[in-house]
Design a protein around this ligand. Structure first.
Ligand code: ADP
Length: 237
């Protein structure tokens, strides 16, 4: 069985010359839940942007179900994966919650009845159907995060990419979000500093530092290795 998405030797250099990814190789399988950890500036967000098809890698190979993406046509990647940004205000810009979740579906040209059905399905999955006609910007941070997740869920990606999903949440919002992530069946790559979240939810941990993957393995081994965690600015859960 091919990995859902496979990266080989990915390099990304920002236009100002900063090398953010310096040769990333990673296989993501169906329904696999991976925590991406490492100090600030390690390249985690950049990797999520590349895996979601929003940034074009400077070099390296990306394969979707074994098939290489050539001549930078990111459509196959975008059909498989969806990115939830760290700041929900970057994801929510429509007048109402319904419109925010519907936006990507309308853009894909789906008929109105299907748009409606998918919007409510996604909002129910995150426990936000009650807020469909609310103004997104009036919601709490935790609610906004859940709506931002719904905007991606509605597109039915097989891989969810989430950047710091628990950042800025109060304890209750955090618990609700962990419960939600636990229940989602999709494959997931989650960039986070929240090591307790990692311990609770993720069987596999990838540590990045300075644009490289320094460790990739079972969470129970990695989270026990205090010296390794400390060497990369991380704390045991
Ligand atoms: P992380 O998510 O692990 O904190 P990032 O992917 O945000 O890391 O950043 C990786 C590196 O790329 C950092 O050194 C950061 O300063 C740099 N970087 C991020 N965005 C840009 C940008 N738009 N232009 C230039 N350098 C950037």
């Amino acid at each position: 069985m091919w990995p859902l998405i496979e990266a080989e030797g990915l390099i990304y250099i920002y236009p100002d010359g900063h090398p953010a990814l310096q040769g990333i190789s990673l296989r993501i399988h169906r329904e696999e839940k991976i925590a991406l950890v490492g100090p600030n500036g390690a390249g985690k967000s950049t990797l999520l942007l590349v895996l979601s098809g929003l940034l074009r890698p400077t070099a390296g190979i990306l394969r979707v179900e074994g098939e290489e993406i050539r001549n930078w046509d990111p459509r196959r990647l975008r059909a498989k994966s969806g990115l939830v940004f760290q700041d929900p205000d970057d994801q929510l810009f429509s007048p109402t919650v319904f419109d925010d979740v519907a936006f990507g579906l309308i853009y894909r040209g789906l008929p109105e009845s299907e748009v409606r059905e998918r919007v409510y399905q996604a909002l129910r999955a995150v426990g936000m159907a009650w807020a469909a006609s609310r103004i997104s910007h009036h919601l709490s941070v935790g609610e906004k995060k859940r709506v931002a997740i719904a905007t991606v869920l509605a597109l039915q990606p097989e891989l969810m990419l989430l950047d710091e999903p628990t950042a800025g949440l109060d304890p209750r919002g955090r618990r609700e979000l962990i419960g939600l992530l636990r229940d989602l069946p999709q494959a997931m790559v989650v960039a986070t500093h929240d090591m307790r979240l990692v311990a609770e939810l993720f069987p596999r941990v990838v540590i990045m530092d300075q644009g490289r993957i320094v460790t990739d393995g079972p969470a129970e081994e990695i989270l026990r290795d205090e010296a390794l965690l400390e060497a990369h600015g991380l704390e045991p859960p």
